[in-house]
Design a protein around this ligand. Structure first.
Ligand code: GAR
Length: 202
């Protein structure tokens, strides 16, 4: 399956997906990485690995214009599944339609708790005892599509945003590739907003 990765920053989730592919745990190929920020660290990772990359700067472009350029790039590269990996923009209805049911996101909270920005800080400020991350399909609303996988981590009394984020990030790196591989193997079905994933026979 040909993946298109959209990112805005560091790119550690993208790197984890690339590692899963390199290690044979994920039967996919990253066809293209697109960043809306020229300074995104993820671009250097793509460069080092020889993965095609495109920068489409979002500064000064409206949402529809950026999304049209991104759709064109993804289609040119034959992308079948779009993976948002630290992509800090909302997608337009036109983008969602163009890749309907074929867009995933990773979010650093146990959705529907703490959507939006700074999810780990939101969780700490709220005082929850369990935090985590979510891989979900993307629909037109913010962090709201059907949930494929979640992973929970404890919150400790002395946690800071950094320590909690690091604990959650380790889980992000694990569940994102697992969710993609389930789709690749055709083990995922959707009923209403409930996703069911059959056990792997491998
Ligand atoms: C990750 O924690 C990801 O879950 C989060 O941004 C970080 C990106 O890190 N995404 C969101 O908050 C989306 N709402 P990365 O660039 O190292 O993958």
């Amino acid at each position: 399956m040909r993946l298109g990765v959209l990112l805005s920053g560091r790119g550690s989730n993208f790197e984890a997906i690339a590692n899963s592919i390199a290690q044979g745990r994920l039967d996919a190929e990253i066809a293209v990485v697109i960043s809306n920020r020229p300074s995104a660290g993820g671009l250097e990772i793509a460069r080092q690995r020889g993965i095609p990359l495109r920068v489409i700067p979002s500064a000064g472009l409206n949402r529809e214009a950026w999304d049209r350029l991104a759709i064109e790039e993804l289609q040119t590269h034959g992308v079948e599944l779009v993976c948002l990996a630290g992509f800090m923009r909302l997608l337009s209805a036109g983008f969602i339609r163009a890749f309907s049911g074929r867009i995933l996101n990773i979010h650093p909270s146990l959705l529907p708790a703490f959507p939006g920005l700074d999810a780990q800080k939101q969780a700490l400020d709220y005082g929850v005892k369990i935090a985590g991350c979510t891989v979900h399909y993307v629909d037109e609303a913010l962090d709201s599509g059907p949930i494929l996988l979640q992973s929970a981590v404890p919150v400790f009394d002395d946690d800071t945003v950094d320590t909690l984020s690091a604990r959650i990030l380790a889980q992000e790196h694990s569940i994102y590739s697992r969710a993609i591989q389930a789709i690749v193997e055709g083990r995922v079905t959707l009923e209403g907003r409930t996703v069911r994933i059959r056990e792997s026979e491998k």
